[in-house]
Ligand binder design. Structure first.
Ligand SMILES: [Zn+2]
Length: 195
């Protein structure tokens, strides 16, 4: 199983993690988010935006030890590493993940993936359409993570499934339903075979 190419923290110029890394534990769910005000399409611009999000999350607004998510995907379909891995160096090794900060107070066992962009319905204050490149990269990443960590596609959820928020925007919410259906149809997920 080929792992998606991930732009590492070193490659996007991450600041060091602050504090003590904690383990995520067994991956049970994958939660998808969006990031309004961002929307890079190139790797260069994406690296700048991911670094800006890290500064925001480490700043007074969040006071988090690091960028909240485990992965970020830009409009060009580039995938960026978020949190450092808890154990392991590369995605190929199926690393153990560090605990993130992306769903208030219930982050244990949840991987967080953020699409750079604002995907509210038309007429909202911002309304990007997820690009085919972004959705393809997201689907590939989700498929790899579901297979590698035995997560059922039905356990791919979104921020709004947990707390009162519009994140990840209506357009991404709908698109993600289609991604989930395609992954389910493709089958071969360990958790499903065992169920
Ligand atoms: Zn969110």
């Amino acid at each position: 199983m080929q792992s998606p190419t991930v732009i590492t923290r070193l490659q996007w110029g991450a600041l060091p993690f602050r504090g003590e890394l904690r383990a995520l534990g067994t991956v049970r769910q994958i939660v998808v988010h969006h990031a309004a005000g961002y929307g890079a399409a190139t790797r260069q611009e994406g690296a700048r935006q991911v670094a800006a999000l890290q500064k925001l999350h480490q700043g007074p607004l969040c006071n988090c030890p690091d960028i909240g998510y485990h992965f970020l995907v830009d409009a060009g379909g580039h995938v960026y590493q978020g949190r450092p891995y808890f154990r392991g160096e590369t995605l190929d090794e199926l690393p153990q993940f560090a605990l993130g900060n992306h769903v208030l107070n219930v982050d244990s066992h949840k991987l967080g993936i953020c699409l750079l962009g604002c995907f509210h319905a038309e007429g909202g204050e911002c309304s990007d359409t997820p690009t085919p490149e972004a959705l393809q990269a997201l689907e590939q990443l989700l498929g790899y993570l579901c297979r590698g960590y035995a997560v059922r596609p039905s356990d791919i959820l979104t921020h709004r499934d947990f707390v009162a928020t519009t994140c990840p925007g209506e357009k991404l919410y709908v698109a993600l339903g289609q991604v989930r259906d395609r992954l389910s149809l493709a089958g071969g997920y360990p958790a499903e075979l065992a169920a």
